[in-house]
Design a protein around this ligand. Structure first.
Ligand code: SF4
Ligand code: SF4
Ligand code: FES
Length: 237
């Protein structure tokens, strides 16, 4: 069985890469490699995962310089000359080894008013949204975000301007702006209209290229820009 040469980030922001040799297996994922290191070579390695099947969004790391969900990334597809370099996601503080502090990322969802606000109570009938309405289709296109942070790590504007809300929070805001049951649309558009909001996006598309769920935050952000402009012209903002 051949071996894979793996460099893994150790420590905090001032840490360094450590070398390991990991046996190759058919259908081996990058998360399998990290798990092997932690279970068989160095039990102190810190990393994060939960579902192993692409649902929880917790296993994202930088793999050979590219942010990816590691449980669904096969070594065969990303190893270069039988080597892997695995580090923590960019644009987030490193807690230790491969674990980043996601608080800033999710705080921005709150800043973008990423929570649904409706008027129905549990005593009301279910609110119904026509499945084929134009707005519902726009929501459908962005709703499957798993909060993995891959887009945020891929975004150069986040790197230049740490205050920028980023693609995931703005994508979330867009799905709520297009949700006909939501009642705080103007507040939400105001929240994403500032210097750190949708207009800061340079349309680089890295988020859309990298999103493992196939979402298109760039299109969502363009939708927000149009919605903000429309509301400004109507004197609503
Ligand atoms: S399209 Fe906008 S949000 Fe997406 S990576 Fe580029 S600058 Fe960032
Ligand atoms: S938009 Fe895609 S890449 Fe960004 S957090 Fe959601 S699932 Fe992950
Ligand atoms: S472990 Fe849940 S998405 Fe990878």
């Amino acid at each position: 069985m051949s071996a894979l040469a793996v460099e893994v980030w150790r420590g905090g922001a001032q840490g360094a890469f450590q070398s390991f040799e990991v046996p190759r297996h058919p259908s081996q994922t990058v998360l399998d490699v990290v798990t092997y290191i932690q279970r068989s070579l160095d039990a102190t390695l810190a990393y994060r995962f939960a579902c192993r099947v692409g649902m929880c969004g917790s296993c994202a790391m930088s793999v050979n310089g590219v942010p990816r969900w590691t449980c669904r990334t096969h070594v065969d597809k990303v190893a270069r000359e039988n080597k892997l370099v695995i580090g923590p996601l960019r644009n987030l503080p490193v807690i230790r080894d491969l674990v980043t502090d996601m608080r800033g990322f999710f705080d921005k969802w709150a800043r973008a008013k990423g929570s649904f606000a409706g008027t129905k109570t549990k005593r009301d009938d279910f609110a119904r949204v026509a499945p084929d309405s134009a707005d519902r289709r726009k929501v459908d296109a962005g709703i499957e975000c798993i909060g993995c942070g891959v887009c945020y790590s891929a975004c150069d504007v986040v790197a230049w301007n740490p205050d920028y809300l980023g693609p995931a929070a703005l994508n979330r805001a867009w799905t709520l702006v297009k949700d006909e049951r939501d009642v705080v649309k103007h507040e939400r558009l105001r929240a994403v209209a500032g210097d750190a909001g949708c207009h800061a996006c340079h349309t680089h598309m890295s988020c859309t290229e990298r999103c493992p769920m196939g979402l298109a935050p760039t299109a969502a952000i363009s939708g927000l820009k149009r919605a903000v402009l429309g509301s400004v012209l109507k004197g609503e903002l």
